[in-house]
Write a protein that binds this ligand. Structure first.
Ligand code: MAN
Length: 348
């Protein structure tokens, strides 16, 4: 693709929670968001994150879903006086400060034809399958590589948040390759080709010792499984990226460099508040991707539409997939942790 001045041509809501049936009668779907995206047989295929919550309400209790080896998903009904809500997504146990998610996520294949609308939602599902996925699998990033489609995803468990790798050739059966980034790390995204002989990934370590706010890093590998040569890439600079930054879709090759769309979040000022998430872009050197050649000083996409400003977590644009099709760049993103939307970006 040729790189130049960019313009957001249109944004469109693609998927709502009610478009996807829950996996069980006593669950409701609260979000279909943060999709990986790829071209498969000339069709846009998304791998979306589906978040579900128990439907039942019991006075004085909060239901917390969890996957178990013995019985699949079970629900822990926790007395409200034992926990405190942090935000809509997480609660904290008062006795020891341990947190839990109020929902559990799995991944679902969605077929989108030319990319602008949903053709079928009944593709294969990819769900929690190990103790390291006890609280769900989230936020897949799909990268075509070596004739397969690889995806990184967040594995959430009582150990914390780590990133695992899986792959598929047909979007029907999946092969799991295990954890590739130890906790705590998410927003791990693979480049679509080797650079100087190595596979390259962007990642976002999130240490508990706060010398810095979460930053984007770069790592290299010879086999996609073992990662090293870790190097710092970028920190949040402007106010809109003062809380967190992390990679979005896999970097896109352009004649001027790797176009890398990422998210930034405003540092929260009050307890329970989630600072708004916007998308920014940077251009990384084609041969030495640790060199930033250009970076947008203002966001390229901010939550302004209703479906971006209202939802489970209001004010979130979280880009996770990008596909070049018919001369257009289609950027897929999660909106308000509730919906999947697409922005058409034109570079001139
Ligand atoms: C954050 C949010 C949630 C996510 C958890 C675990 O709290 O991004 O959506 O479920 O992290 O990854």
């Amino acid at each position: 693709m040729r790189f130049g001045h960019h313009e957001i041509h249109s944004r469109r809501l693609l998927l709502r929670p009610r478009d996807i049936p829950p996996t069980r009668d006593d669950f409701e779907v609260i979000g279909v968001f943060n999709p990986g995206a790829a071209l498969y047989r000339d069709e846009v295929v998304l791998l979306v994150r589906v978040a579900e919550q128990p439907r039942e309400r019991r006075n004085g209790f909060t239901p917390l879903p969890r996957w178990t080896v013995e019985s699949g998903i079970v629900i822990d009904w926790v007395p409200n006086d034992e926990i405190e809500p942090i935000d809509t997504r997480v609660v904290r146990r008062k006795s020891d400060g341990i947190i839990r998610l109020t929902f559990i996520s799995h991944l679902q294949v969605i077929y989108c034809g030319d990319g602008g609308s949903v053709v079928s939602t009944s593709g294969a599902a990819f769900s929690a399958q190990s103790e390291l996925e006890e609280f769900g699998v989230e936020d897949p990033r799909l990268t075509p590589l070596d004739g397969r489609y690889y995806f990184t995803y967040v594995a959430v468990s009582s150990h914390g948040v780590a990133t695992a790798l899986a792959s598929t050739a047909d979007f029907q059966t999946f092969e799991r390759h295990g954890l590739i980034f130890c906790l705590e790390n998410k927003d791990v995204v693979l480049f679509p080709q080797r650079i100087g002989g190595s596979y390259v990934a962007l990642h976002r370590p999130n240490g508990a010792t706060r010398f810095a706010r979460p930053e984007m890093w770069l790592a290299k590998s010879s086999d996609l499984i073992h990662w090293g040569q870790h190097a710092w890439l970028a920190s949040g600079q402007a106010e809109w990226e003062s809380g967190r930054i992390g990679a979005g879709p896999p970097p896109i090759w352009t004649d001027a460099g790797w176009l890398t769309i990422y998210h930034g979040n405003v540092l929260e000022r009050h307890r329970g508040e989630v600072g708004s998430y916007s998308a920014g872009a940077m251009l990384l050197d084609l041969e030495q991707p640790s060199r930033i050649l250009w970076r947008s000083s203002t966001p390229i996409l901010e939550p302004t539409a209703d479906f971006e400003r209202q939802g489970f977590v209001p004010g979130v644009i979280f880009p996770t997939g990008a596909v070049e099709k018919s001369g257009k760049l289609l950027v897929y993103y999660g909106a308000a942790d509730t919906y999947t939307a697409v922005a058409e970006v034109i570079f001139m």
